[in-house]
Ligand binder design. Sequence first.
Ligand SMILES: *Cc1c(COP(=O)(O)O)cnc(C)c1O
Length: 224
Amino acid sequence: MPVNTEAYHHLIKQLQSKNVQLVAVSKTKPNEDILALYEQGQRAFGENYVQELVDKAAILPSDIHWHFIGHLQSNKVKYIAPFVYLIHGVDSEKLLAEINKQAIKQNKIIACLLQVHIATEETKFGFDASSLAEFITSGRLSNYSHIVIKGLMGMASFTEDQTLVEKEFSTLKSIYDQTATAFNNIHFDTLSMGMSGDYALAIEKGSNLVRIGSLLFGARNLVL
Ligand SMILES: *Cc1c(COP(=O)(O)O)cnc(C)c1O
């Protein structure tokens, strides 16, 4: 299925009027699809798998901002540290420590979002509200000299139940606001929530970055 450039321009218009950033989620999609959207002006792309991201980044234009949005294992941080633009799914202090270590090696600052567990499903990773609050107020973040925490990321339950999704987004927005107040850091300005099926609701609830794949690139094959 070709890239839906019409949907892209429609989406961009909608998002720009609300000051919401778009990360085009290109996991499992070929380089030609990414280039098709790149030619329309898109620069922020999101990937879930380390090896796939490393392969794509080596070939595709160097001004692409690569967002890592999947579950990141500590032992794989080193492969993406040299070029990653923003890591969305930081779900433990152990992972943060490893990102910091690799950032020091690369002599760069790595921008991260802390992932918050908002879905009722067991399978979604992330901090819960109380462990996040404890971490932010503990001062331990100052141990991580080469990390900047840009905000929070979350995923709602995969369900038709709009009331539940809405509730989960509202919860994340209020955790975001509380964290922003407690943290009091000028770099903390990004709330990454919303995907193809629920982005409008996410924006209504306060998202300012949406991660959208299938709406732009078509459905993914169930591989990997
Ligand atoms: C795959 C994925 C998306 C994009 O999902 P679509 O429903 O295709 O828009 C967004 N966020 C994360 C974390 C993903 O893994």
